[in-house]
Ligand binder design. Structure first.
Ligand code: BDP
Length: 709
């Protein structure tokens, strides 16, 4: 090789390895707001439509944030900084509210509500421009992010006409963060709230967090764990929360707190927390007043009561409605809401799946107007697949929030790739069969809450791929009718690459990923088979926990005669909590969809499945299919190596290798266990489990993340 050629090769190598010389090393911190240069042809088109940013002057903090974001985005994507202000030019981006709209602009402003936006190509004063219109400054910010998204996802910027209004008024992240910075079910490092240094230190990360949320329209965050400590309501912690609220205000992200129901006893020294006791009511009223003095736009309180050891009104002989309404009365004068969780189950429950409905449905109509009952997507607990919760559609006189879990407690933590968009879409689109109006779950709710997967890891979510779940949550909470696959492609284009083949391939891989997890963990409606406490890995054999309904054997009920939980009218009749037409369908194994079969039915191992196989053979085949799917995901990911930067490609590949190993472990351990129960030979041609059942049973994970001790 000639000397100069060698030097050149050496330079390229150095440029590749040294961030200062080559493209910046991608560590995931920038999420979907990377704004890296677009392919040349697109750069031209975007630059031509963003020559200038014109905004109302002097401009609130939200407007300034919008302008900054547009400048940052356009500069990054095209290499050219738009001019800010000045006389209107062709190709301008014009931010307009009714009060500041340039002459000649007519819009149906009323259709936009408080938070909606309109992106529209217009001819104004003889110039072709793009208007970003909204009724509020935060709407302008949402619109600006939407324009940047359109620019990166190949929209025709010269002919834009996109009006978007959120269907749900509250779109909230729920952080399960503790005051010592551990995170319950957190797999992305410590809590990003540095409580100790707040309120003095306002880490730049808090702003980037708010930018990411605002880019999706997430408009609130509950800061602390639902298993709450009373201290989070003391003056020092309220000052810390107020500092976060100050940072987030321009971005439209409001602060909420989880409240411990017994706080009047613990903090106020009262002898009781009875919600009908005047002293208790006065204590909460004073607490609400104190909070709003510090945080005038405080969102409200989230409460987990009488659930898993948390205190609640039932200890005082009062109902959930009594408890929620007392807090609602304290918050109402300030415009705050109470999010009261329906995740409850009594110790002696006959069927845990039926508990939430049994306790809450009879209370429909008894909650104050500013109470929202927050319901998990399914009736058990964030399993890889559950039917939708029967409370959706069954409480027409109560606003409901749909709670989903972004942190993948039951879907492989952050080391397994499971894109949850399809799970959210499945529940939002589920037909409740309750007849009034549109029966879909998405039309029975007024809020959505996502249990956050965010921590101090540089890439925020513990894995690059898990950030797609934050993204999909925000996008679907804003527009519940979006398709999960389209949302994934948007995210890929902004996060990894705009190369069409790679976008398609990564999209396919993501679309398949949740179903892969269902197959290798809990196929055919099985659920709750995971390890005790930490919830890592398979443990279908566990039968010795203090409460019956903490044991996997309670849920799968596998025995010589068959497998599955009989929730039909012959069994617990939990199916009877659904609307009659659906209850009738799901009461019969012949008309129950196979993905939910063992959720509702206990069936003999010889039961004939749609494939013609026996249930036993089908179960094994599904476990095998799960492992094969992960292998296919790995191959697909390997195929996009050239389209994704080296570091992130290697990191995702490494996680996929872990996932394939663990998928095999799930499959082998479950097949070994269920075989020990069914007593049946493995279907012909089936690979026997790699290790003995005893070996799987003896695995221990004392220091698994997300779980104390
Ligand atoms: C369960 C989690 C537990 C949470 C609980 C909840 O294992 O850590 O406290 O949900 O939602 O799935 O309150």
């Amino acid at each position: 090789m000639k000397i100069w050629a060698r030097a050149l090769a050496g330079w390229w190598l150095a440029a590749l390895l040294h961030p200062a010389l080559g493209a910046p090393v991608e560590d995931g911190y920038d999420l979907w707001l990377r704004y890296r240069p677009l392919p040349a042809a697109l750069q031209q088109a975007v630059a031509a439509r963003a020559t200038q940013v014109l905004a109302p002057a002097p401009g609130s903090a939200s407007v300034q944030a919008a302008v900054q974001e547009l400048v940052r985005g356009v500069t990054g994507l095209t290499g050219r900084a738009p001019r800010v202000g000045g006389p209107l030019r062709p190709g301008a981006l014009v931010l307009a509210t009714p009060a500041t709209a340039p002459s000649g602009l007519t819009l149906a402003w009323a259709d936009l509500g408080r938070e909606g936006y309109w992106l529209r190509s217009e001819r104004l004063q003889g110039r072709r421009v793009t208007v970003i219109a909204a009724n509020s400054d935060v709407g302008l910010l949402y619109g600006s992010f939407a324009w940047l998204r359109a620019a990166q996802t190949g929209a025709d910027l010269a002919r834009l006409d996109e009006r978007s209004v959120p269907r749900l008024s509250l779109r909230l992240l729920n952080h399960w963060d503790n005051l010592d910075r551990t995170v319950e079910r957190g797999y992305a490092g410590a809590s990003i709230w540095d409580w100790w240094k707040l309120p003095a230190l306002r880490d730049a990360r808090y702003t980037d967090y708010a930018r990411a949320n605002a880019s999706l329209g997430i408009n609130g965050a509950v800061l602390n764990n639902v298993n709450a400590k009373a201290e989070s309501l003391t003056a020092p912690y309220l000052a810390k929360a107020a500092a976060l609220a100050d940072v987030w205000r321009p971005y439209g992200v409001r602060v909420y707190l989880s409240a411990r129901f017994s706080a009047p006893k613990e903090l106020g020294g009262l002898p009781t927390a009875d919600p009908l006791d005047p002293a208790v009511r006065a204590w909460w009223q004073a607490k609400a007043d104190e909070i709003y003095r510090l945080i005038p736009d405080f969102g409200g309180l989230l409460v987990k009561a009488n659930s898993e050891g948390q205190p609640g009104p039932q200890e005082h002989g009062r109902s959930h409605a009594d408890g929620a309404n007392m807090l609602a009365a304290a918050l109402a004068p300030h415009g705050g809401v109470v999010l009261w969780r329906a995740f409850v189950y009594e110790p002696e429950a006959r069927d845990r799946a039926a508990q939430g409905y049994a306790e809450f449905q009879p209370l429909d109509g008894r909650f104050a107007p500013n109470v929202i009952v927050q319901v998990k997507n399914g009736p058990i607990d964030f399993q890889p697949r559950e039917p939708f919760h029967p409370l959706f559609g069954a409480m027409p006189r109560t606003p409901l929030a749909l709670e989903v879990q972004l942190t993948k407690e039951y879907l492989g933590f952050s080391t397994h790739l499971a894109y949850l968009g399809p799970l959210f879409e499945e529940v939002l689109r589920a037909d409740t069969h309750h007849t009034a109006g549109d029966p879909r779950v998405s039309r029975q709710i007024s809020a959505m809450a996502g249990v956050a997967n965010i921590g101090t890891d540089r890439n925020w979510c513990g894995s690059h791929m898990d950030c797609a779940n934050w993204y999909a949550f925000g996008r679907l909470a804003w527009d519940t009718d979006l398709g999960a696959e389209a949302v994934a492609r948007e995210w890929i284009r902004q996060t990894f690459t705009t190369e069409p083949r790679a976008v398609a391939d990564i999209g396919v891989l993501m679309a398949d990923s949740r179903e892969a997890v269902v197959d290798y963990m809990t196929p055919l409606g099985l659920h709750h088979l995971m390890g005790t406490g930490h919830h890592h890995g398979p443990a279908p054999w566990v039968d010795n926990l203090e409460r019956a309904d903490w044991n996997p054997v309670y849920f799968h009920r596998a025995a010589r005669d068959g497998i599955g939980f009989d929730r039909s009218p012959r069994g617990s009749n939990a199916v009877g909590q659904y609307a009659p037409a659906l209850a009738a369908r799901w009461a019969d194994p012949a008309t129950t969809p196979e993905p939910l079969l063992l959720w509702f039915h206990h069936l003999p191992w010889e039961h004939r499945m749609a494939s013609g196989r026996t249930l036993w053979a089908e179960l094994v085949a599904r476990y095998d299919r799960g492992v094969e799917r992960v292998a296919a995901m790995r191959t697909r990911w390997a195929g996009v190596r050239d389209a994704v930067d080296a570091r992130r490609h290697a990191e995702v590949a490494a996680y996929l290798a872990v996932q394939e190993d663990e998928a095999r472990w799930w499959r082998d351990a479950c097949v070994a266990y269920f075989q020990s129960v069914s007593g049946l030979p493995l279907p012909p041609g089936t690979r026997p489990p790699a290790e003995s059942l005893e070996a799987y049973k003896s695995r221990r994970f004392r220091f698994a993340p997300g779980h104390g001790g």
